[in-house]
Ligand binder design. Structure first.
Ligand code: CTP
Ligand code: CA
Length: 222
């Protein structure tokens, strides 16, 4: 019998990655956004492509070059991202790194004017949870990985998200530290087997380690 290769390849696998922020329109000229830089998601897309995967990167608005060998689909809002994820299926794995806006605005069709009254109130509507939808979908990829941005009780909140969203793994990071746009990330990898805390590493190293783990998991029996 042959032993498994030490460097499993992702050749022949299709992997979805979401990355970046979303922009939620207030009116035709204004939007609500968040501080996601897309750096970690792009690094993961690059690392997966480096192992031979066919990668579809569904990206919110960021100014960043497309990693070599990656097919990039640009979206703006959470609703656009949800539709693009659905359209990109089937996939063997999905890595949902995007900082999806939790709420969208009941947007105005025309530019809101200052007028003479009080400042306008924004009415917020909850966005669909793209990860939870995929995690519970009949078209669910074999391996579904979410991220969790937390400022407190990081592991507890992230562990609850793993179950609630139907994810196999959650990569939890503490965003009370300076993570957005930074070069390094200290993550906890939460799986059915428990919690693994990684030392603070460059986002590119987090990405290559994670890609390797994904390759190992997809190579495994189930
Ligand atoms: N996510 C998603 N769709 C959303 C919100 C989040 O797909 N509408 C995904 C993110 O891409 C990430 C994971 O869910 O992989 C966790 O996102 P996070 O913002 O940490 O969790 P929420 O469930 O939105 O909870 P909260 O922001 O209240 O902590
Ligand atoms: Ca959220």
């Amino acid at each position: 019998a042959q032993f498994a290769s030490a460097q499993p390849s992702l050749s022949g696998r299709h992997i979805l990655v979401t990355a970046g922020p979303t922009h939620e329109a207030i009116d035709p000229v204004r939007y609500i956004a968040n501080r996601s830089s897309g750096r970690q998601g792009y690094a993961i897309a690059a690392a997966l492509a480096g192992l031979g995967a066919r990668v579809t990167l569904i990206s919110g608005p960021v100014t960043r070059p497309t990693p070599p060998g990656v097919e990039r689909i640009d979206v703006e809002s959470a609703l656009d991202m949800a539709a693009a994820v659905e359209a990109a299926l089937p996939a063997d794995a999905a890595v949902m790194v995007a900082a999806v806006a939790d709420w969208r605005v009941e947007a105005a069709g025309q530019k809101v004017k200052k007028g003479d009254g009080a400042p306008p109130a924004l009415t917020l509507v909850e966005n669909p949870d793209i990860l939870a939808t995929l995690g519970h979908s009949p078209r669910r990829p074999r391996l579904v990985i979410g991220f969790a941005a937390e400022t407190q009780d990081v592991v507890a909140h992230a562990t609850a998200k793993r179950t609630r969203k139907g994810a196999d793994w959650i990569v939890a990071n503490d965003v009370s530290a300076d993570v957005f746009g930074a070069d390094a990330n200290a993550i906890h990898l939460i799986t059915a087997d428990g919690v693994e805390s990684w030392e603070r590493l460059p986002k590119s190293t987090v990405a290559t380690r994670l890609a390797q783990r994904i390759a190992n998991a997809l190579q495994g029996a189930s």
